[in-house]
Design a protein around this ligand. Structure first.
Ligand code: SAM
Ligand code: SF4
Length: 325
């Protein structure tokens, strides 16, 4: 066990999604009944207690956060919590342009848009929906609106290995960081062979010999990405390497699932049920103290490191959309 500074909480608003990505939720699966999902008030009760224990940055995710009714209201409520400095979102981008004005008005600080291919037909094959144009339109709308925007690419053989340089090229055209995430053996991701980011870097170096390490201080973010800068590009290229560049020693995050489980590490099922606490009927001060205790103990409860390289060690059996990616 090891104690780390924990200041980042990823909150899953829903396990539902409007896409069917092959490596995440390839077909319809039974969604959790709405009564088992935390209400926005319950989420904020937890976030308020978490902020009192040092959580400063929140990211809403899912499933697809924008399919949950009133998502911008939740952003607004989270932004109002004393101590929470930033509220960001990870989204597939399909509904983003539609909700962007409301999200901006609610105070959203940044958005990560998931995009694994630039080929229309391949996008449809990967996600089950002909939505590439919508996602690209959302990226442009976000840039125009001036909101901090990043593109996340889950990289795997047989999925998008032939397109990595094209995807990196988005940050030549646009002032956005493009980040490659090694596919993790979670849920349906187990049937893919993730691309080692060291190979991505090699491809980038070969194509762009002038590539340099990016200034780590610039727009440092709150996560584990390592950035390089391609000369002449407006944005950076990020490498998030949970498999071939374990960053567990610096992992500053916890996850709250849509049903209220506080998770310490993606690899293990170990979690604390906070929904029981918020629905206990205890007086608010007692509930708050109980939730605070869970966050106080979280640094010690995080495992030293994950063992995704040893499949028999992975105790988490839930799918990424249920956990909150
Ligand atoms: N629906 C939203 C989206 O797609 O951005 C938010 C939830 S999704 C689970 C969050 C991110 O997790 C996406 O970028 C997706 O590509 C990534 N993801 C899903 N399964 C993964 C896996 N097994 N390994 C690595 N990343 C994964
Ligand atoms: Fe939905 Fe995101 Fe999973 Fe794709 S990766 S199925 S968009 S939750």
């Amino acid at each position: 066990m090891n104690e780390r500074k924990i200041d980042y909480l990823r909150i899953s608003l829903t396990d539902r999604c409007n896409l069917r990505c092959r490596y995440c939720m390839p077909q319809d699966i039974a969604s959790v009944p709405m009564e088992e999902i935390l209400t926005y008030e319950e989420i904020c009760e937890i976030a308020r207690a978490a902020a009192q224990e040092g959580i400063r940055h929140v990211r809403v995710t899912g499933g697809e956060p924008l399919v949950r009714k009133g998502c911008p209201d939740c952003i607004r409520m989270l932004k109002e919590i004393p101590g929470i400095e930033t509220v960001m979102m990870t989204t597939n981008g399909i509904l983003l342009q539609k909700f962007l004005p409301e999200l901006l008005e609610a105070g959203l600080d940044g958005v990560n848009i998931s995009l694994d291919t630039l080929q229309r037909e391949r996008y449809r094959e990967i996600t089950g929906y002909d939505g590439l144009e919508k996602v690209l339109g959302a990226v442009e709308a976000c840039i125009q609106a001036g909101i901090r925007t990043k593109i996340n690419v889950a990289a795997a053989y047989g999925l998008n290995d032939s397109e990595l340089l094209d995807l990196a090229g988005l940050s030549e055209k646009w002032p956005v960081d493009v980040r490659f995430i090694e596919m993790m053996p979670i849920g349906y991701g187990t049937s893919y062979h993730g691309i080692d980011n060291r190979q991505v870097l090699e491809q980038l170096r070969e194509r762009y010999p002038g590539l340099t390490e990016a200034d780590p201080q610039k727009d440092a973010g709150f996560g584990p990405a390592e950035y390089v800068q391609i000369p002449g590009f407006r944005g950076r290229t990020g490498l998030i390497s949970p498999i071939h560049g374990k960053f567990c020693g610096n992992c500053n995050r916890l996850r709250l699932t849509s049903t209220g489980k506080l998770k310490y590490c993606l690899c293990y099922e170990d979690a604390e049920d906070l929904r029981i606490i918020v629905r206990s009927g205890d007086p608010p001060e007692k509930r708050r103290e109980r939730i605070r205790q869970m966050f106080r103990g979280a640094g010690k409860r995080k495992p030293l490191e994950h063992h995704f390289e040893q499949p028999d060690q992975i105790s988490e059996k839930k799918k990424m959309s249920e956990i909150g990616g």
